[in-house]
Design a protein around this ligand. Structure first.
Ligand SMILES: [Fe+2]
Ligand SMILES: [Fe+2]
Length: 287
């Protein structure tokens, strides 16, 4: 298969895996991570993250630009039963899809990845079927989500954090995939991407716990041509979220939510660590 065609094909898969992550993660937060349905969904979301990551690494290694915009995830949002049925249908379609793709590729690693994404999708369908079969009639006809207890202004502030952090997380993982041949500094982009996922989870959960959908919009991914440019943009990015989070930490309504404040405190300390590391790295490389 021609390289450009292969990159295009893998980029479409990347967008589908990305869509599945967002769908299962958002749904998990709406159910509550500590519920059995929520925990299972989060587990699936993590496996979709592997899937996305393997594809991203292959695309980066091939010299391609990863497509960081998620595809739509078609689902019937009427109630839990229709939602889980949509998930089963989605995963089942991926089984022959990935098998067919694997058969078109010669590279043994890429073939193995595509086959694994096929059979893991089959397991996902099976696990969602088990949830669907176990739903009580109230659960089946109901929808996840609690009542909102936050003011509109505070919701907006937290949503700003969600959107900014999600973009930064995608940006750093893109940089890690694209610059993987640079070794350790690229690994650090990956490391920060993982911290950002956790920080994103804190704010996205806060929104979903209040029955709203976290605003996971991709924003503009910067296609930095060099790793030092990517690191320098990363430093600018983290500066922006420090500002958002300092604002949130000083918000009088936010201060009434103990859990939110603890997570904000942790996030701010991690962000300062990140900016110190990046600044240091830039001054040493003379970039
Ligand atoms: Fe997947
Ligand atoms: Fe899946």
């Amino acid at each position: 298969m021609e390289k450009e065609k292969l990159i295009q094909m893998l980029n479409r898969d990347l967008a589908d895996e990305h869509a599945a992550i967002i769908r299962y993660m958002t749904h998990s937060y709406l159910e509550g991570e500590d519920t059995s349905i929520g925990a299972s969904l989060l587990s699936r979301a993590r496996e979709e993250m592997w899937h996305m990551h393997w594809l991203g690494m292959i695309i980066g290694k091939l010299g391609g630009e990863p497509n960081m915009t998620p595809a739509p995830y078609p689902h019937d949002p009427t109630n839990r039963a229709t939602i889980f049925q949509s998930y089963i249908d989605y995963e089942k379609k991926l089984v022959p899809h990935y098998e067919e793709e694997a058969d078109m590729v010669d590279d043994p690693h890429i073939r193995r990845v595509l086959f694994r994404e096929s059979w893991e999708s089959d397991y996902h369908a099976l696990k969602f079927k088990k949830i669907l079969d176990k739903l009580s009639s109230d659960e089946a006809s109901g929808l996840p989500g609690e009542e909102n207890e936050l003011s509109e202004a505070l919701v907006e502030r937290i949503q700003q954090s969600v959107t900014a952090k999600y973009r930064q997380m995608l940006q750093s993982i893109r940089d890690a995939w694209v610059f993987q041949s640079k070794g350790e500094p690229a690994w650090q982009r990956m490391d920060f991407s993982m911290t950002k996922m956790k920080q994103l989870a804190h704010s996205a959960e806060e929104i979903a716990e209040n029955g709203m959908t976290p605003r996971l919009t991709t924003g503009r991914i910067i296609l930095a041509g060099s790793l030092s440019e990517a690191i320098s943009n990363g430093l600018e990015d983290v500066r922006k979220t420090i500002e958002i989070h300092e604002g949130l930490a000083a918000d009088s309504e936010a201060k009434e939510h103990g859990g939110l404040m603890t997570n904000l405190d942790l996030t701010l300390r991690q962000e300062k660590y990140e900016s110190d590391e990046l600044r240091d790295r830039l001054s040493k490389s003379g970039a």
